[in-house]
Design a protein around this ligand. Structure first.
Ligand SMILES: Nc1ncnc2c1ncn2[C@@H]1O[C@H](COP(=O)(O)OP(=O)(O)OP(=O)(O)O)[C@@H](O)[C@H]1O
Length: 424
């Protein structure tokens, strides 16, 4: 008989938890006054009925570029209606679109009736642009094309050049088209060819990371809609904001932390969310992030990490790059894979440290010992081994991690652990 499981609503802490998610658009944007002012000014020609400027927004992830865009374009659309300005806004996320051709097809289809769509492949490039110019002119008025994550477009025949020049090249005569490009790749603008840069970046607006007081404003605004009054202890928002500021001033992460803390408090049947819930939430999110980072590593990077993990299991860390390399070679030997060079493995170790998966400390033993780096895991051994369980399953369990594999509920291997690999 299954146990008698039932569900009852539990909304003692949350008033509207959904507002802590990414897809919720807040009514106002806080903490971005300077950027909103610049952005507002850059959009002003639209409401004057003039040719729109091409605008480029850049800044690290989670600093409000998309939120500010949606907020301002909503307002602009509302006011355009009031002042009889014929405005059409098309929003496109370029995450999976790396070619100008794909963007052009998407735009044509956005502008066309659903019954009259073109296929995603098989048209000559010039033809797709012809369709696009026809559609833009048919819509007419002012058209703003928002290209979020614009840095994914990686070709020379750039639509980022074609659209801004379409009017002067007499491809379109009716519509006035402006591009709003959004990017979190800070080197993207510098790497654009001069001609694309000058068309796309007529108005460039930088979004810096949030500092702790700005993040606290963002969190406070969201907490007011998400939680009941008094649900949060006084130190919760300052703590989430401080962690968010440490995490590159990313509002998305700070909001995730607040929601996770709320969930942990709710699961514990707490009357309030306290700082210890925030600390637990932070550990959990950090662990998930590290695990995702490890799962994304290439095979030989993971083998390098596996080699280091075996020393951690034997309490022998920190260890030098050459010690890790010897163990790495043994692991390669077990699976019959050609080891990468010692230099390459030193690069892997540096990358692991850059990803905050390991700690890398320079050592200098003077003339006798020379300079080298020591390495250590930055997270507990079980987290690391769980994250690379598929590789451990494939290579076999090394003695150094045997205890943790045996004691962990989260590591399920397809074969017997008895067949452990010897130290080297
Ligand atoms: N100033 C703000 N006021 C209210 N909410 C904000 C603010 N800034 C960011 N947010 C919220 O934080 C999250 C991330 O913001 P947003 O998507 O705008 O960042 P972004 O800079 O576009 O990041 P990415 O480059 O990763 O797309 C969203 O949920 C957004 O609503």
């Amino acid at each position: 008989m299954p146990p008698d499981i039932s569900f009852t609503p539990d909304n003692d802490l949350y008033k509207n938890r959904d507002t802590l998610f990414e897809d919720y658009t807040p009514d106002t944007i806080v903490g971005r006054d300077t950027e909103l002012e610049q952005y507002h000014e850059a959009l002003q020609p639209v409401i004057n009925g003039e040719r729109p400027s091409n605008i480029f927004l850049y800044g690290k992830t989670g600093v409000g570029k998309t939120a500010a865009t949606k907020f301002l374009l909503d307002r602009l659309q509302r006011d355009a209606d009031q002042y009889d300005v014929d405005l059409t806004v098309i929003y496109l996320n370029c995450e999976d679109l790396s070619k100008s051709y794909q963007i052009a097809v998407k735009l044509v289809n956005e502008l066309r009736d659903p019954s009259d769509q073109i296929s995603e492949t098989g048209h000559p490039g010039y033809k797709v642009y012809e369709y696009l110019w026809d559609e833009l002119d048919a819509v007419g008025g002012t058209i703003l094309v928002v290209l979020d994550e614009v840095d994914n477009i990686g070709d020379d025949d750039s639509i980022l050049y074609q659209i801004p020049r379409a009017r002067s090249n007499e491809h379109i005569t009716n519509a006035k088209v402006g591009i709003i490009g959004i990017s979190n790749d800070l080197s993207f603008r510098d790497n654009l060819s001069a001609k694309v840069r000058s068309s796309l970046c007529e108005k460039a607006i930088s979004f810096p990371p949030y500092d702790a007081p700005e993040l606290q404003d963002v969190l406070q605004q969201r907490a007011d809609t998400a939680f009941h009054d008094d649900a949060l202890a006084d130190d919760v928002l300052p703590l989430c904001a401080a962690y968010g500021a440490q995490d590159a001033g990313d509002a998305r992460k700070a909001l995730d932390l607040l929601r996770e803390a709320g969930d942990i408090a709710r699961a514990a049947d707490a009357d309030h969310v306290h700082d210890h819930h925030v600390e637990k939430a932070r550990d959990k999110l950090e662990r998930e992030e590290v695990m995702d980072g490890i799962a994304d590593l290439a095979e030989h990077q993971q083998l390098t990490l596996y080699a280091l993990a075996t020393f951690e299991g034997d309490d022998e860390t920190p260890v030098s790059s050459s010690t890790v390399y010897d163990r790495y070679q043994s692991l390669c030997h077990y699976i019959g894979s050609d080891p990468r060079s010692a230099r390459r493995v030193r690069d892997f170790l540096k990358e692991l440290a850059d990803l905050s998966i390991t700690a890398r400390t320079p050592q200098n033993e003077g003339l006798s010992g020379g300079k080298y780096h020591d390495h250590d895991l930055k997270h507990d051994l079980e987290t690391v081994v769980v994250a690379m369980a598929d590789l451990v399953d494939y290579v076999g369990v090394h003695e150094g991690i045997e205890d943790v594999v045996r004691s962990s509920d989260e590591i399920v291997l397809s074969s017997d652990i008895d067949a452990t690999l010897s130290p080297d």
